[in-house]
Design a binder for this molecule. Structure first.
Ligand code: GTP
Ligand code: MG
Length: 323
């Protein structure tokens, strides 16, 4: 990373504050690379954050998340709001800036100085996806972006780490996303705040709508009933309606201080998620590096030592905790 030399901690933080694109790009690359400078900059900027509204957009591969975000960005740019977009690809290593697909689909906005778009890979990140996403969101927040979209692919648990920090979560489905319906039904996937059924030009869109409705009807006890919007992202159809529902959810949260409460909970959850991810990596390394700890595992395998005794010894040695 020879290129980082041209920014100092101060100049990078100032550049981010000023919304300078080069500073933003650099800061997020540093976040992506777990660079200590990113940690310092975010630490400096943190007191100024909390102004951006984060919209998580999740769903199975290829349902049209990027296309919908592209259309939503166009819509909110019409209202003159400044926007950041972070696409997190859990399976990808470092992306060096952008994934080709996202680059094409979000290309409409590349010349707009009020829109900052970035794809991030995070494989091998010490604090997992949660850490990279949270830090990148804070950078965009400090840069004065009013709205930040967080895109992540997923149908189950993994993406919770990424969108756990979002204020409003939009689940995108398309006709044929049966697995997601099952995951919602089984409670594996959390009920989102808004559901978008995309590719409404597909003949099975109505069937999908009915399936989603029937799953939601099982869950009666919530104060916010997740609205369902049917979209055609590429043609930009029903995109204003989708945005209206995001705004409606925001208004709901902003009444009665729910937003503050949810953010407190989300931030605590993020700290916990990042700490847990780091603890896990630490544990794995410690066991891998210590012949004595590895021997414990062997002894469990050969039935000389019971599993919980091995756990206790490992916990004591690695974390200095007994039970
Ligand atoms: N027919 C139709 N195709 C669409 C629609 N929206 C998106 N697509 C197409 O679906 C494909 C996937 O769209 P993306 O926006 O990349 O989907 P994604 O969910 O971001 O995909 P990943 O990030 O790879 O998981 C592209 O070829 C889009 O052109 C739609 O409303 N109708
Ligand atoms: Mg995408």
């Amino acid at each position: 990373m020879a290129a980082r030399r041209d920014f100092t901690r101060e100049s990078l933080a100032d550049g981010v504050r000023a919304g300078d694109r080069r500073a933003l790009a650099r800061a997020i690359t540093l976040v992506e690379n777990s660079d200590p400078l990113a940690y310092e900059v975010v630490r400096d900027l943190y007191p100024e954050t909390g102004r951006a509204y984060a919209v998580g957009v999740t769903g199975p591969p290829g349902v049209g998340k990027s296309s919908l975000i592209n259309a939503l960005v166009r819509h909110v740019r019409g209202q003159d709001r400044s926007v950041g977009v972070i696409s997190v690809d859990p399976s990808s290593p470092f992306t060096q800036g952008a994934l080709l697909g996202d680059r094409i689909r979000l290309a409409d906005h590349f010349l707009d100085p009020e829109v900052f778009i970035r794809s991030m890979g995070t494989r091998g990140h010490l604090g997992g996806l949660a850490e990279a996403t949270l830090q990148a969101l804070l950078v965009l927040d400090a840069a004065g972006k009013e709205l930040v979209f967080l895109e992540t692919v997923g149908t189950g648990q993994g993406e919770v780490e990424v969108i756990g920090i979002a204020d409003t979560v939009v689940l995108v489905l398309m006709p044929g996303s049966g697995d997601s319906i099952q995951a919602l039904k089984a409670g594996i996937m959390e009920i989102p705040d808004v559901i978008a059924i995309n590719k409404m030009d597909h003949p099975a869109a109505k069937t999908m709508l009915n399936e989603v409705r029937s799953v939601l009807s099982l869950d009666k006890g919530r104060a916010w009933k997740p609205p369902i919007v049917i979209n055609a992202a590429v043609r930009g159809e029903h995109v204003p309606e989708l945005w209206e529902q995001v705004e409606a959810h925001r208004a709901f949260l902003e009444s009665d201080g729910l937003l503050e409460e949810q953010r407190r909970k989300n931030l605590a959850g993020e700290v916990f998620a990042v700490a847990s991810a780091r603890a896990k990596v630490h544990l794995e390394h410690a066991v891998a590096d210590d012949p004595e700890l590895r021997r414990l595992l062997d002894e469990v395998q050969s039935r000389k030592l019971d599993p919980l005794t091995a756990v206790r010894e490992i916990m004591e040695k690695v974390f200095k905790v007994g039970d």
